[in-house]
Write a new protein. Sequence first.
Length: 372
Amino acid sequence: MKEKKYDYLIVGAGLFGSVFAHEMTKHNKKCLVIDKREHLGGNVYCEQKEGINVHKYGAHIFHTNNKRIWDYVNQFATFNNYINSPLSLSKGKLYNLPFNMNTFYQLWGTKTPQEAKEIIDGQIKEYGVKSPKNLEEQALSLIGKDIYETFIKEYTEKQWGTKATDLPAFIIKRLPVRYTYNNNYFNDIYQGIPIGGYNTIINGLLEGIETKTNIDFFEDRVALESLADKVVYTGKIDEFFDYKYGQLEYRSLRFEHELHDVGNYQGNAVVNYNDSEYKFTRIIEHKHFEFGKQDKTIITREYPESWDRGKEAYYPINNDRNQDVFKKYKEESKKSKHVIFGGRLAEYRYYDMHQIIASSLTKVEEILKIEV
């Protein structure tokens, strides 16, 4: 029998695949990483224009409470002290996010936590229901009418392409309310943006490892699988099994990037646009992630869209139908002993960056049965 050229063929050069390849290479395993796109890095890829690192597939802000994961990424990049403090535009007014005392002052003129709490509790009592049957009822039961109608209703309906009353309640498990003047969106101990963009991390992870871009796994699947003992697959799990149990559903995104001949377009990295009159959900101004001083700026408008096989899959639609279909693929995947499934598309779930790195490291540990 012909000896395989690689120990692992890794399909997808995003964070899961890159971390997996890096760790396995440290243990003398030979890896080949391929990606359908023309670049490495998956959705964290940054495209440099006008000296600005543009987050090509949407804003990525690293945050974690896990010191091990923080130390891990700091091997490959130096992080700045960027704190995510988005703004929200609603009915012509700007508000601070997340919901905190600044937001409540802007909304009601309240100055003390007690004043804000009384309004919120009163609205929950008036509009909330004990057993919410949809997202609207769930939100009203968590934060009341004013916050829901100002910040959540129209934004969420744009995001998911359907009415809030038709969305399941479980989409919103909790809505953090802070009774302090604190605009830090994340509560995590460690957060920031890698100086020089996320490509520095991907390049560090894949240094010395053979990579190939513009390679569609499904166009030459048999030949590619024959190269390695095992396949690490990070793509859509239903596509891997030729949609035999049906197609899983997603929401997609479309990004419109614009160069502006001004030094500062909106004064903040992230501004949400809540109202339905705007078809996009937010504008990202990339230079603010790294405190850029360039003469020009690049903004990105983010448009939620329905998904089909020709578009990028971003957010799984975790309703009962899709979960039932995914369970069938999950069981099927257990029969594929030579394939390791990992990442947001293969696991049909949303991951933050720190979670995907932890997941990949755990998978490596399981395989090697040693501490990485």
